[in-house]
Design a protein around this ligand. Structure first.
Ligand code: SAM
Length: 222
């Protein structure tokens, strides 16, 4: 994965930053083995922090893979907090259930196989934290779908706003107003998402360049 920081800074962050516990290390090894794009420890630890800061009772994920990001959330959430994992790939979801069972956490998770957008319609919130990490072309629609279900002070986190199936350099000229938007669905999806959250009344967004880049959008009114 490319990085926004240079190699030395990355080594420094790895040396002083959050570490994997045994289960996260096992999941990361599984991701390496299968070339699967997990959110990684720096972004993952931020998910844990937001879950802890909001004392999250309810978390929803668009695109859960085999539960790596969900495990970070569960480490920060309220003791009785629950998380909904959604995943289009049944085998990945089953692997997630297996991993979270090993940690004794599967009973705090709901494993939903299918299209995350369709599944989201069945949940009313309020959500303390939502992770958007599925198809970039649908990020903005995902935000529009759940924005009214975010608790006051709740947080929507979108992964891959800098990298991950696209590279922010591709839209730099466009966002600076000096060039066109490339005809690429991932690039367009991310730009559209960032425009959507920036214009959303009652929400404030910060771009946090950890991992592949997170957009952290907080709902006013805590
Ligand atoms: C980047 S991975 C998620 C990684 C996970 N959040 C983590 O860090 O552990 C994206 C996942 O979204 C899934 N996905 C793609 N489209 C989806 C959809 N419409 N509904 C649910 N899952 C979807 C993919 O199968 C893939 O496993």
């Amino acid at each position: 994965m490319p990085s926004y920081i240079d190699e030395t800074a990355e080594r420094y962050v790895r040396a002083v930053g959050p570490e994997h516990d045994d289960l996260h290390a096992e999941m990361a090894a599984f991701a390496d083995e299968h070339d699967f794009p997990i959110i990684g420890p720096d972004a993952g630890a931020l998910l844990r922090s937001y879950a802890a800061a909001t004392q999250a009772e309810q978390v929803f994920e668009f695109g859960s893979g085999f539960g790596y990001s969900a495990y970070w959330f569960l480490q920060g959430m309220a003791d009785d907090g629950r998380i909904v994992l959604t995943e289009i790939d049944e085998a990945e979801l089953a692997k997630g259930e297996e991993f979270l069972s090993h940690a004794g956490l599967a009973d705090r998770a709901t494993f939903e196989h299918g299209d995350a957008m369709a599944i989201a319609h069945d949940y009313a919130g309020p959500f303390d934290v939502v992770l958007i990490d599925h198809q970039k072309s649908r990020y903005a629609d995902a935000f529009d779908l759940i924005r009214d279900d975010i608790a006051p002070g709740g947080v929507v986190i979108a992964d891959n706003v800098l990298y991950g199936g696209h590279d922010y350099h591709d839209s730099l000229d466009y966002v600076e107003g000096t060039g066109d938007l490339p005809d690429d669905e991932n690039v367009r999806g991310i730009v559209s998402y960032l425009e959507t959250v920036r214009e959303a009344d009652g929400f404030h967004t910060a771009i946090v360049p950890v991992g592949s880049g997170l957009a952290v959008t907080v709902r006013d009114g805590a």
